[in-house]
Structures are given as structure tokens and as C-alpha cells.
Design a protein around this ligand. Structure first.
Ligand code: PGA
Length: 239
């Protein structure tokens, strides 16, 4: 399976920064790896237009479950598709925490995304308390069962395992722990579903993480804001 290396830019940078970062990623894109960048909504159109026809896909960081309507501040999946996005991250732990997103809500968003022709990247992951209580596998399995909609497999849906305590902290689970969760994810999805690991992926640990069984790529936050780091991670995924 071709690896997917996705950059989640979160709420960082100016439009000028976004354009420059996208161009640097495009210029250094390695062969044999699918690259995706997910800028903030307001930068998405400009970045997607610049990446049209280039080997770098562009995605949103969220979408609303409804096709349109009175939802101040929200963005519909079809709007993302209209400006050139092909993917959308859904159910990121920061959205689950900051905006109270539930598995059922994520599932509804994923249905909307698939209906609009987007590939959903559904994020799951346990908190530190849940891991310490020995509940990580059960929590992740429940999130997958609750968040993945009908049609997910046919839409080439992607699942990202992101332990909450590893995001932006510099801490990562052991390789055995990542492999154990990814084995659970594989059992709940299809052999064709790309399973990403996310949480403090950086050039120094990318090769080891990406070499684990059932790890088909990475969802990268902080390191995706530095083109050289993001490209080094992509290079580590390559053939
Ligand atoms: P991080 O973020 O790489 O900065 O830990 C990952 C993510 O939230 O997707």
C-alpha cells in the first residue's frame, strides 16, 4: 500500500506562510508517497489552487455534517470539495475536546464528507488516564465502531490513531503499543484501509514508526509546519 503522509497545520500561520510552505512541500515531494496538507480554512482555497495538478493533495481540518444551512462559522463538505480539497480530517482529539465532538457527530460528518466526494480521515485515540487504566484498545475500538459510517471502506476512508497524550508533547507510545493498536484497527477495518499513526511524529522517529506492521502513514502536526521536517518524514515512508 502506498503510504500517506498528512500534515495537519492546525491554526498556524499567515496566508503567505501557507503558500510558501505548500510550495516547499511540492518542490521536495518524494516519489512513491502520497502527500496531503491540511491548511486552516481561510488558506485552503489559495493552497489548493496552487497544488492543482501537483503531487500534493489538500484537505480540510473539519467539516459540518449538514450540506448547507444556518450554521454560523461552519464549513460544509461540498464547500471544501468545491475549492479543491480531496480529504478532510474528522474527529481530531482537539475538536473532540474543544468542541465536544462525539463519535456519533463524527460519523455524521464522515457521511457528509463521503457524500461530497471527500476522503475522510477519522481520528481516534485514548487519553493518558485511559491508557494507564489499561483501556486504550477498548477505547479506540469503541471510537472506531462509533465514528466510521457506512461506505467508509468504499470511500477509501483513512483512520488515524492519535493517542491524546502524544499530540504535541514529544512523547510517543512504544513501538509495541503502536503496533498493538494498529492490529486492533486492522481487525475493525479492511486490508485496504490506510491506518495512520499521529502524535509527535518527527524525522528522528518516523522510520521506526512507519516500519511497524499496519502503519500505512502518519498524521503530522508540529513537524508539518517545517517543510524540511515534513519532507524528511515523507522520505522515511518512501521505498
Ligand atoms: P503533533 O500533532 O505531530 O504536533 O503531535 C499531531 C496531530 O495532532 O495530528
Amino acid at each position: 500500500m502506498r503510504p500517506l503522509i498528512a500534515g495537519n497545520w492546525k491554526m498556524h500561520g499567515t496566508l503567505r506562510d501557507a503558500a510558501a510552505l505548500a510550495e516547499a512541500v511540492r518542490a521536495g515531494a518524494p516519489a512513491g508517497v502520497d502527500l496531503l496538507i491540511c491548511p486552516p480554512f481561510v488558506h485552503l482555497h489559495v493552497v489548493a489552487a496552487a497544488m492543482l495538478g501537483q503531487p500534493v493533495a489538500v484537505g480540510g481540518q473539519d467539516c459540518h455534517a449538514a450540506a448547507k444551512g444556518a450554521h454560523t462559522g461552519d464549513v460544509a463538505a461540498a464547500m471544501l470539495r468545491d475549492v479543491g480539497a480531496t480529504h478532510v480530517i474528522l474527529g481530531h482529539s482537539e475538536r473532540r475536546a474543544d468542541h465536544g465532538e462525539t463519535d456519533a457527530g463524527v460519523r455524521a460528518k464522515a457521511e457528509a464528507a463521503i457524500g461530497a466526494g471527500l476522503t475522510p480521515i477519522i481520528c481516534v485515540g485514548e487519553t493518558l488516564a485511559q491508557r494507564e487504566a489499561g483501556e486504550a484498545e477498548a477505547v479506540v475500538a469503541a471510537q472506531v465502531k462509533g465514528s466510521l459510517p457506512e461506505g467508509f471502506l468504499a470511500a477509501d476512508g483513512v483512520v488515524a490513531y492519535e493517542p491524546v497524550w502524544a499530540i504535541g508533547t514529544g512523547r510517543t507510545p512504544t513501538e509495541a503499543d503502536i503496533a498493538a493498536i494498529h492490529a486492533v484497527l486492522r481487525g475493525l477495518t479492511s486490508p485496504a484501509t490506510r491506518l495512520l499513526y499521529g502524535g509527535s511524529v518527527k524525522p528522528a522517529n518516523a522510520k521506526a514508526i512507519l516500519g511497524l506492521p499496519h502503519v500505512d502513514g502518519a498524521l503530522v502536526g508540529g513537524a508539518s509546519l517545517v517543510a524540511a521536517d515534513f519532507l524528511a518524514i515523507a522520505g522515511a515512508a518512501g521505498p
